[in-house]
Design a protein around this ligand. Structure first.
Ligand SMILES: [Cu+2]
Length: 139
């Protein structure tokens, strides 16, 4: 009798092991994921007469390399980093001049820390890459 019980529990353990292996499969990092990318400020923002130029580098985190050819599909500019998320400013993407560096013309309405939230399509990535860069706007 005890042999049968031991046999059953071994079979149950085996089933759990198979189940655990199956559940773990989708999490095996077979390819890059959106969290493998990071947007970062490429130098201080440049103040023009009526706008602020912001350069953002998109980095592939595992190898630290800049990512050229991404398509910016969404950009949002607001004072979220200073607790004023409701204060928005217009922002538009400019043509890139350096591979992996994405340029934006923003209109901050006051000095302080602004957030530039971006969504981009990267070649070979099925999902959009998102991130927020804090942009310090001086007086
Ligand atoms: Cu504000």
């Amino acid at each position: 009798m005890s042999v049968v019980i031991r046999g059953r529990s071994a079979a149950a353990r085996c089933r759990y092991a198979v189940l655990a292996a199956l559940l773990a499969l989708p999490f095996v990092p077979a390819m890059a994921a959106p969290q493998d990318y990071r947007f970062e400020l490429a130098g201080p923002p440049a103040k023009l007469a009526h706008a602020t130029l912001v350069n953002v580098r998109l980095v592939h985190v595992p190898d630290g390399k800049p990512v050229p050819g991404a398509v910016i599909v969404q950009s949002k500019f607001d004072m979220g980093p200073d607790g004023m998320a409701e204060m928005g400013g217009s922002v538009k993407a400019l043509p890139a001049t350096e591979p992996g560096v994405y340029r934006f013309e923003a209109q901050p309405s006051m000095p302080g820390n602004w957030g530039l939230t971006l969504s981009a399509r990267v070649q070979g990535e099925p999902q959009a890459v998102r991130g927020t860069v804090t942009v310090p706007v001086p007086k």
